[in-house]
Design a protein around this ligand. Structure first.
Ligand code: C2O
Length: 551
């Protein structure tokens, strides 16, 4: 591999969307931010310079960061944020990974505007396990807020209520023609007939799982979260915040005399506070057009629209998720842990906590909204967990008593239990090096009615099972797929259901795990694992870099 240098200047930039101009925090003045392209085996040195008044940090979502946890990025977990006028060089090597990932700010709600694609090509000379595409196109979904997202979440947290939802979804930063004032802000993918395109789909939206479809074209899914899957064809796909999916798009053999909408819209299992609008972009066949139809303008062509599943189409969502399987070939074997050292059962969901001070809180019955893992709502420390762990100065920063089972016994009945209270704490779970972990995450469906896309930093995991209702420890494990389960870094815990994952804790450090719906993270749906150093020298976390920011 080679060393690639990037510089991210974090600065304010005026951007206009929906006829509304505002100043956003951007990288190098770009929105969405710059694309990082590297190869497996390369070392990346990304210098981030903070020219804005916000503290910030950047996370390389899905990069394993083997022994380089210092470069992972979540603020107050692996580093103190980069303060105004300061800089930090993220230094890591891409080991054993290739595919589509993304990077985003990892503090408060700054990732609303600070995000971009991170594309890892295979090593030189190593082909994809599918036909070589004519062209590769990143398609990154986001959310646009007319107001300042930082202000939205901080007001909501103070009032103990829910934040305002976004004003539009975006594709490559553009809302598209179905929103007011946005026809000119439409992403257009120009294609030639009879070719294969690799679309690198990334869901960087803050709070919504999305359906995506292209009118009159089917898509072949080949990769999820930068891991190859058994190819399958679909009209529509589902992608949760934090997930990435590569699909092959075969264009029509001949110029079709039409253009096609590519649209995305949310999937939610119940009515909640989200924006049910549709972002559209356009697939446009270009080349032979001018010669064949010199007098027709491309804008006069018929424009076909795809039919997306209904908002709450859980049956589609379940079928789609079940189709995802590891490629599992001799070249790309699925190395599913067959034996398990530690089993954990975590309840995942929303809850409430007592109203603080004498204000009127906007949660149910005058409480504050909260969210938790095993009834613990994670309290962010004011210094970084990884530094505290590495220096042995942990006692004042966190405790290691994260409960391996729910504090309040859980039994899913479909109706909320009486006790929805959670407690606050900075509790971590410690794992010896190379522990083989099985983790069942059970959604409690208390208050909320959404899948929770759980993201684990530092690892990929295998999704060995999932189901609805209560997880049954005697029956369900018998049906686990230990042969070719999909491997990924973010998985939706279905509303009113559970998922079981397995991973090998072979990466020493402190690793955040949280719901990638930003509002749930803000409410406390997060925790962290400590993976201890192994005995061998190459099984230990590297020492912190000299320029690691201080709190
Ligand atoms: Cu993409 Cu911890 O996040």
């Amino acid at each position: 591999g080679i060393t690639r240098h990037y510089k991210f200047d974090i600065k304010l930039q005026n951007v206009t969307r929906l006829c509304h101009t505002k100043s956003i925090v951007s990288v190098n003045g770009q929105f969405p931010g710059p694309r990082i392209v590297a190869r497996e085996g390369d070392q990346l040195l990304i210098k981030v310079v903070n020219h804005v008044s916000n503290n910030l940090s950047i996370h390389w979502h899905g990069i394993r960061q083997l022994r380089t946890g210092w470069a992972d990025g979540p603020a107050y977990v692996t580093q103190c944020p980069i303060q105004t006028g300061q800089s930090y060089v993220y230094n890591f090597t891409i080991t054993g990974q290739r595919g589509t990932l993304f990077w985003h700010a990892h503090i408060s709600w700054l990732r609303a505007t600070v995000y971009g694609p991170l594309i890892i090509l295979p090593k030189r000379g190593i082909p994809y396990p599918f036909p070589k595409p004519h062209m590769e196109v990143p398609i990154i979904f986001g959310e646009w807020f007319n107001a300042d997202p930082e202000a939205i979440i901080s007001q909501a947290l103070q009032a103990g209520g829910g934040p305002n939802v976004s004003d539009a979804y975006t594709i490559n930063g553009l809302p598209g023609p179905l929103y007011n004032c946005s026809a000119k802000d439409t992403f257009r993918l120009k294609v030639k007939p009879g070719k294969t395109y690799l679309l690198r789909l990334i869901n960087a939206a803050l709070n919504d799982e999305l359906f995506f479809s292209i009118a009159n074209h089917s898509l072949t899914v080949v990769e999820a979260d930068a891991l190859y899957v058994k190819p399958f064809e679909t009209q529509t796909l589902l992608i949760a915040p934090g997930q990435t999916t590569n699909v092959l798009l075969k264009t029509k053999p001949h110029y079709p005399n039409a253009s096609f909408f590519m649209t995305a819209r949310p999937y939610a299992t119940g009515l909640g506070t989200f924006d049910n609008s549709t972002v559209a972009s356009i697939l446009e066949y270009e080349q032979p057009f001018k010669k064949l139809h010199p007098r027709i303008s491309i804008n006069k062509l018929p424009l076909y629209k795809p039919v997306l599943p209904a908002l709450n189409d859980t049956s589609f969502a379940t079928k789609f998720t079940n189709k995802l399987r590891s490629l599992n070939t001799p070249q790309f074997p699925a190395q599913v842990p067959q034996k398990v050292d530690r089993k954990f059962f975590f309840t995942i969901g929303l809850g409430t906590s007592p109203c603080e001070g004498n204000q009127t809180c906007q949660g149910p019955n005058g409480t504050m909204f909260a969210a938790s893992v095993n009834n613990v709502s994670f309290a962010m420390p004011t210094t970084a967990l990884l530094q505290a762990h590495f220096s042995g100065q942990s006692h004042s920063v966190y405790t290691t008593d994260f409960p391996s089972d729910p504090v309040i016994l859980f039994n899913y009945t479909g109706t909320p239990p009486n006790n929805t209270m959670v407690s606050n704490g900075t509790k971590l779970m410690v794992l010896p090096f190379n522990t083989s972990v099985e983790l069942v995450m059970q959604d409690t469906s208390i208050l909320g009615a959404e899948s929770h896309p759980l993201h684990l930093h530092g690892f990929n995991f295998f999704v060995v099972g999932q189901g609805f209702g209560n997880f049954d420890p005697n029956k369900d494990p018998k049906n686990f797929n230990l042969v070719d389960p999909v491997e990924r870094n973010t998985i939706g815990v279905p509303s009113g259901g559970w998922v079981a994952i397995r991973f090998l804790a072979d990466n020493p450090g402190v690793w955040f795990m949280h719901c990638h719906l930003e509002v749930h993270t803000s409410w406390g749906l997060k925790m962290a694992w400590i993976v201890l150093d192994g005995k061998l020298p190459n099984q230990k976390l590297l020492p912190p870099p000299a320029d690691l920011p201080k709190c």
